[in-house]
Write a protein that binds this ligand. Structure first.
Ligand code: ZN
Length: 143
């Protein structure tokens, strides 16, 4: 049963979780509460391809610092994150080239709309997914 954590998760600031074998685990990222990410570890780099909707258009871009990046782009809604860097971003730009309006903006319709739906179905809510990937990367770094 998810419950309120005694203090926010140090990886993702999540506030709910479950108690398993005597320790709290964050719901959002799976990190064990109270295990601080080692201060000597660099913050893991998580590259994401983002799908950002503004009206009937979507921007397909990539960032390793999506919170900062998205705050700088006018948009109505973050539709999805897909794990990937410049290479995946480029593949998508080629794949949906016939829907390109200019720069990294594409018309949100047809094959692109179906792709965004499929990514969302596979990956889930984008920020929850990002926090999961961050928790996984911290666990890999510290093991
Ligand atoms: Zn967490």
């Amino acid at each position: 049963m998810p419950a309120s954590l005694p203090f926010p998760c140090r990886v993702c600031a999540g506030e709910s979780g479950e108690r398993q074998s005597g320790a709290w685990h964050c719901d959002r990222c799976g990190w064990r509460l109270g295990d601080a990410p080692d201060a000597d570890l660099p913050r893991p780099r998580i590259d994401v391809v983002y799908y950002l909707r503004y009206r009937d258009r979507v921007k397909i871009g990539t960032s390793a610092t999506p919170r900062r990046r998205l705050a700088a782009i006018m948009h109505d809604e973050l539709l999805a994150f897909e794990p990937g860097d410049r290479r995946v971003e480029h593949e998508r730009h080629v794949e949906f080239a016939d829907l390109r309006e200019g720069g990294e903006w594409f018309t949100l319709t047809g094959a692109l709309a179906a792709h965004v739906d499929a990514v969302r179905a596979r990956v889930g809510e984008p920020w929850a997914a990002y926090d999961r990937w961050l928790g996984d990367a911290y666990r890999r770094l510290s093991s």
